[in-house]
Design a binder for this molecule. Structure first.
Ligand SMILES: Cc1cc2nc3c(=O)[nH]c(=O)nc-3n(C[C@H](O)[C@H](O)[C@H](O)COP(=O)(O)OP(=O)(O)OC[C@H]3O[C@@H](n4cnc5c(N)ncnc54)[C@H](O)[C@@H]3O)c2cc1C
Length: 383
């Protein structure tokens, strides 16, 4: 196992200070290791995640070589040739487990933002003090965006949040963590070959959730009540002005509808599994409030906005992969982690790789077992 940094590198170097997992402690499990602390319903800090993964590496005696950056993988006669900052390797199979979130995705028009406005990605952001005083435009209302918008608003900076397609969820439902429902009802375990529109499912943004000791819901209504101004999707920059899409009402009602459908599915599961009486009554939540007049543009030169935080998602980096298996959008071509047309090349940890939960810590075990089965078959045939 080659790792360019330390074990749990992404949790050491690519997370902001206040970040906690949005998955509850009891759900953080790796093969043979589960959370056994005093707060199963709490949410780990990044430091606790690092300790958890370090502990896993130690007890499994994972053969990790840290400080080794892979700079190239290319096909060779009997498998692959791997070039690293610490020398060359030959191997018959390669598992790409380099992460789904190596780089923040930032739209091209960021180049047109006036230089007087500071721009940050979640990789640069550590805490509000990193930003200049004054207004902040947070772009993107998925898990990262809603969490940073709330923290920045609390720091006293007026926040405008640009909202595109998003996934709304309550933190708890009928007395349980909503992610408990995702697990128990089987939604999260749904397999990639059963998902109706796999391309879409793989592009779905992360849910609007935050892990706090109070188990608070952090949806757009909560943010608006804190004073965050909501505007539409940021579409372009023209003459120093940020232009936002209209149609917030449609975007909100779609997210509300999808949340309702998901809660309906949970209720249906509770009934059919005979567990309904064990929970509180079904809940339905107020629709997302549409601002009376959402602004459609904002003058970036006026001084109102001093910084922009791009919470517009993340993407993997395959710059080191010298095998033609990445499409024009930068996505690895694979079938459930078996890379297409490149025998012996595998992937793990990508969105809906084999299940809806593939990118979550507790999602890796079943995926890894199946992918490694395939890999073992490949090696056996070659032998
Ligand atoms: C902001 C954020 C919040 C998240 N919150 C949660 C959560 O609440 N719960 C949850 O279950 N999951 C969460 N996740 C998903 C989380 O990242 C995964 O669960 C887990 O960290 C994925 O592990 P991984 O090993 O697949 O990828 P990563 O953690 O990204 O690890 C990939 C490793 O590969 C190394 N690497 C990459 N390229 C190279 C190379 N060329 N050479 C050598 N080494 C290389 C990197 O240094 C890194 O250590 C979150 C992700 C993000 C971005």
């Amino acid at each position: 196992m080659l790792e360019r940094g330390e074990v749990a590198n992404s949790w050491r170097t690519e997370r902001w200070d206040s970040l906690r997992l949005l998955t509850p402690n009891w759900q953080s499990r790796l093969p043979g290791l589960r959370y056994e602390g005093p707060d199963p319903d709490g949410y780990m800090t990044a430091g606790e995640v690092i300790a958890f993964i370090e502990h896993f590496a130690a007890v499994t005696r994972a053969p990790v070589r840290t400080g080794v950056n892979v700079t190239s993988v290319r096909p060779a006669d009997d498998g692959y040739h791997v070039t690293t900052t610490r020398g060359e390797l030959g191997c018959r199979a390669v598992v790409i487990a380099s992460g789904a979130c190596n780089q923040p995705s930032v739209p091209q028009f960021a180049d047109a933002v006036p230089p007087s406005v500071e721009q940050l990605t979640p990789f640069d952001y550590r805490d509000p003090a990193k930003l200049p005083d004054g207004g902040v435009l947070v772009v993107g209302a998925s898990a990262t965006g809603v969490q940073l918008a709330a923290e920045l608003q609390r720091s006293g900076r007026p926040v405008t949040l640009s909202v595109g397609e998003h996934v709304r969820l309550p933190r708890t439902y009928r007395g349980r963590d909503v992610l408990w429902w995702m697990d128990a009802s089987g939604v999260w375990g749904q397999r990639y070959d059963e998902v109706e529109d796999l391309t879409r499912a793989r592009r779905l943004p992360s849910p609007q959730l935050v892990g706090t000791p109070e188990r608070t819901t952090l949806d757009l209504n909560a943010l608006a009540s804190m004073g965050v101004e909501l505007v539409g999707r940021w579409a372009a920059v023209r003459d120093g002005r940020a232009l936002f899409s209209g149609g917030l009402r449609n975007v909100f009602s779609l997210a509300d509808l999808k949340m309702r459908r998901l809660l309906d599915a949970f209720d249906e599961w509770a009934l059919t599994s005979g567990r309904d009486a064990g929970f509180g009554p079904p809940e339905r939540f107020a629709p997302t409030r549409v601002p009376s007049s959402a602004r459609l543009q904002l003058d970036l030169g006026s001084g109102e906005i001093r910084s922009v935080v791009w919470a517009t998602g993340f993407r993997p980096d395959y710059g080191w992969l010298d095998v033609p298996v990445v499409d024009e959008k930068g996505r690895l071509c694979h079938d459930g982690g078996v890379v297409v047309d490149s025998p012996g090349l595998y992937a793990l940890g990508l969105p809906v790789l084999r299940r809806r939960k593939s990118t979550f810590i507790h999602g890796i075990e079943p995926d890894a077992r199946e992918v490694i089965d395939h890999l073992a078959g490949h090696l056996a045939v070659r032998r």
